[in-house]
Ligand binder design. Structure first.
Ligand code: SF4
Length: 207
C-alpha cells in the first residue's frame, strides 16, 4: 500500500495524548467512524465532540446529530481519530495540515481498537432501578395534559423503527449489571405494530 511519508510523521502511535486531550474528534462518517465515535464517547462522554465531515459528508448531517461540518468544529488542541478507508488517510492528513494546527492525529486501526476495547472493559457497570424504552409518540388518545406531548408529536417522532431501538438496546445494555424495571412507553406502546417483536427481543436477552 502506498502511504505518503508525511503520514508516518504526523500520525501518533502512543495513546497518551488521547487520554490527555481536552477534545476528541472522529474523522469518518461510515460505520467505521460511527463505531469509533461510539467507543470514544462511551469512554470519554464529556470530551468526545463528534464526527467531523467535509463537503462529501454533508449529506449525512441531517441523519446524525453527532456529525459536524469541519468548518464549525473547533479542532485546535484536539485529538482527531481518522476512521476511514486507509486509501484516504494520506489526503485527509494533508487536508487537515493545510487548514488547521495544534492537533494530534491518530488512525483508528486494530491496535487503537484493542486499546479502546480494554478501556471499555474498565468502565464500571451501572445499576439502575428504571430504564425506559420509547417506541414513538403515536397514541390513539388526545389527552389535553399529555406529559409526552403525544397529540403534538411531529410525524418523524410518531414511530421509532424496531431495528433502531434494538441497536440502541444492544449498545447500552452491556453497561448495566442490574436494571430493576424496564419500561416500554410511547405515546401508547400498544399501538406500536412491532411491540411483540420488541418484547421477544428484550425477553431473549440477546445482548
Ligand atoms: S400518551 Fe397517555 S396521556 Fe398522552 S395522549 Fe396518549 S393516553 Fe393521553
Amino acid at each position: 500500500m502506498y502511504i505518503k511519508k508525511y503520514i508516518l510523521e504526523e500520525v501518533r502511535k502512543d495513546f497518551e495524548s488521547i487520554e490527555m486531550a481536552k477534545r476528541l474528534w472522529i474523522y469518518g462518517y461510515s460505520n467505521l467512524g460511527r463505531n469509533a465515535f461510539n467507543k470514544l464517547h462511551s469512554i470519554w462522554p464529556e470530551k468526545t465532540q463528534g464526527i467531523i465531515v467535509t463537503e462529501n459528508g454533508k449529506r449525512s448531517l441531517r441523519s446524525n446529530k453527532s456529525i459536524i461540518e469541519i468548518e464549525k468544529a473547533d479542532i485546535s488542541n484536539s485529538v482527531i481519530v481518522i476512521a476511514t478507508n486507509p486509501l484516504f488517510h494520506s489526503d485527509i492528513i494533508h487536508m487537515l495540515k493545510e487548514k488547521h494546527e495544534n492537533y494530534s492525529v491518530y488512525i483508528y486501526d486494530e491496535v487503537l481498537d484493542d486499546w479502546l476495547n480494554d478501556k471499555l472493559k474498565q468502565i464500571p457497570l451501572l445499576e439502575t432501578k428504571f430504564l425506559s424504552v420509547c417506541v414513538g409518540q403515536a397514541c390513539n388518545y388526545k389527552c389535553k395534559d399529555c406529559a409526552n406531548f403525544a397529540p403534538f408529536a411531529k410525524r418523524e417522532n410518531l414511530r421509532y423503527e424496531i431495528d433502531a431501538i434494538k441497536k440502541d438496546l444492544k449498545n447500552i445494555m452491556p453497561y448495566f449489571s442490574i436494571i430493576d424495571t424496564l419500561h416500554i412507553q410511547g405515546g401508547e406502546p400498544f399501538v406500536y405494530s412491532d411491540l411483540s417483536m420488541l418484547i421477544e427481543y428484550i425477553g431473549g436477552g440477546v445482548w
